[in-house]
Design a protein around this ligand. Structure first.
Ligand SMILES: Cc1ncc(COP(=O)(O)O)c(C=O)c1O
Length: 462
């Protein structure tokens, strides 16, 4: 690494955000000092250029990219073939709503849906809009009013997706009056398990809550439209649900005539080493939400797939804003799926995931590591303080800061976790190198504590 992180050029750029961006005012000098061991998830680095497995910041530092454009670059940064497909689409079509590429991509997508059981597709611009469209579709199709969702879930930044995301007191403040149709249920990830309960017992409790507590004490069974679930808590920390939980959800939906909506915006399209995360559980949802990976990290494209009777003729539900299914987005999607096929990228993700899992298992030896989890290339580590008077997330911050100094970029957005999303075609040596550098950071902080480093909090455009 050529400079301290952030280097002078990056710092100067970050300074420009203080009077400019949302929350710029929160980043006063005092705030920077107070956060000297921290960083804000995607700050400290301003990307100067990106290629394949790497990004470079404004000061010329190179990083192995586990951040992956917030898990949107399955074929690595700035893949030239995706870029040129997008460029051709721009030249040929400009922007129009109806064009052949939207038919071609939808045909390809329904072919790869789990069990080929979701033959209809509807385009959206972002994962947020796609999740909202799935919710609205479920309400309109079932003619019911409630959606069950989960604590720690993340479905986006729209108004309704904020409401169905896991309740975080501050984030959803002033939205209290809007939550009418949303029921939040516990998601059985290991950090949530009450003392004295095994994971299986807690899964049973969570399923009992869905099938008994909600219908008996909150909302009539026949007024619940759907359960909206991530088959892997993505933004919530890359937690991986048990087989019995996902299968249990499917069984409850069948029994109660509720729809199962799988939000695979982050877990889908090979991230977990299968095309869809639900395939690990042998479960087929009624509606599947897709985004991120779909367009190879180059141009927005998202959507939902659903069963014929749900999406085939439902005049009440409407969706698809102006830029849903742009020629460029569809061209990116088509080229990305072609690359998946050509290079067997889902298989490759499973292979790389196994390598990573084996390496990361060894990290349990460090006191600061609470849990290591992987499902293919959906990879997360949660950290804990080995001493009483320091918060767990300080350690995640310190380790992530040290990782930057070592030349590895991963996500830890004010949380106890560090999350990694390598590209599905990452070079094996880059993956190994990135993990080795991450282990050095863990071992360093494990040995020296979290009060090291000097990595202030800076605003960015987020
Ligand atoms: C599971 C899930 N759903 C929806 C979204 C929202 O997608 P977008 O940011 O493209 O709107 C995300 C984004 O991280 C996600 O992880």
């Amino acid at each position: 690494m050529s400079t301290k992180i952030p280097g002078e050029k990056s710092k100067a750029m970050l300074q420009r955000g203080i009077p400019l961006f949302r929350n710029g005012l929160r980043y006063s000098e005092e705030c920077q000092k107070a956060a000297r061991r921290g960083y804000r998830g995607n700050s400290q680095i301003i990307v100067d250029r990106a290629k394949g497995d790497f990004i470079w910041d404004l000061d010329g530092n190179r990083y192995i990219d586990f951040q992956n454009g917030w898990a949107t670059n399955p074929v690595g940064n700035a893949h030239p073939e995706v870029i040129s497909a997008v460029h051709e689409a721009h030249k040929r079509y400009g922007f129009h709503y109806d064009h052949p590429l939207r038919y071609e991509l939808a045909e390809k997508l329904v072919e790869i849906m789990p069990g080929k059981a979701l033959p209809r597709f509807s385009y959206e611009v972002s994962g947020t809009e796609a999740a909202e469209s799935a919710i609205h579709l479920a309400l309109c199709y079932t003619k019911r009013r409630y959606i069950i969702t989960f604590s720690s879930a993340y479905h986006g930044e729209g108004l309704s997706t904020k409401l169905v995301s896991g309740y975080d007191g501050d984030k959803n403040r002033y939205l209290e009056a809007w939550t009418g149709g949303v029921i939040h249920a516990p998601y059985p990830y290991s950090d949530n398990i009450p003392a004295g309960m095994s994971e299986e017992q807690y899964v049973e409790y969570c399923l009992w809550y869905l099938d008994n507590h909600i219908p008996n004490s909150m909302v009539p069974r026949d007024n619940i439209a759907a359960i909206l679930i991530e088959p892997g808590l993505a933004e919530g920390g890359n937690w991986i649900p048990s087989d019995s939980f996902l299968k249990g959800i499917r069984a409850l939906c069948d029994k109660n005539d509720w729809l199962m909506i799988a939000d695979e915006v982050l877990t889908g399209l090979g991230r977990t080493g299968k095309m869809w995360a639900v395939e690990h559980y042998d479960v087929v949802p009624d509606i599947l939400v897709v985004g991120k990976n779909l367009s190879g990290g180059i141009e927005p494209c998202a959507g939902i797939a659903a069963r014929d009777e749900i999406l085939g003729d439902n005049p009440l539900s409407s969706s698809g804003s102006t830029f849903a299914g742009t020629p460029a987005g569809c061209a990116a999607g088509l080229k990305t799926l072609e690359l998946y096929e050509r290079y067997d990228l889902v298989e490759n993700a499973a292979r790389l995931g196994n390598i990573a899992a084996e390496i990361m298992q060894g990290w349990k030896q460090y006191d600061v590591v609470r849990q290591v989890r992987t499902n293919g290339l959906l990879m997360g580590v949660s950290f804990q303080s080995p001493v009483e008077d320091q918060k767990d997330w300080y350690f995640a911050r310190a380790i992530r800061s040290r990782m930057l100094e070592n030349g590895v970029w991963a996500i830890s957005d004010q949380e106890v976790n560090i999350r990694m999303y390598p590209a599905l075609n990452m070079d094996e040596s880059a993956l190994r190198d990135g993990l080795a550098k991450m282990e050095e950071a863990i071992s360093f902080v494990d040995c020296h504590g979290q009060a090291v480093g000097d990595s202030p909090d800076w605003p960015t455009g987020t």
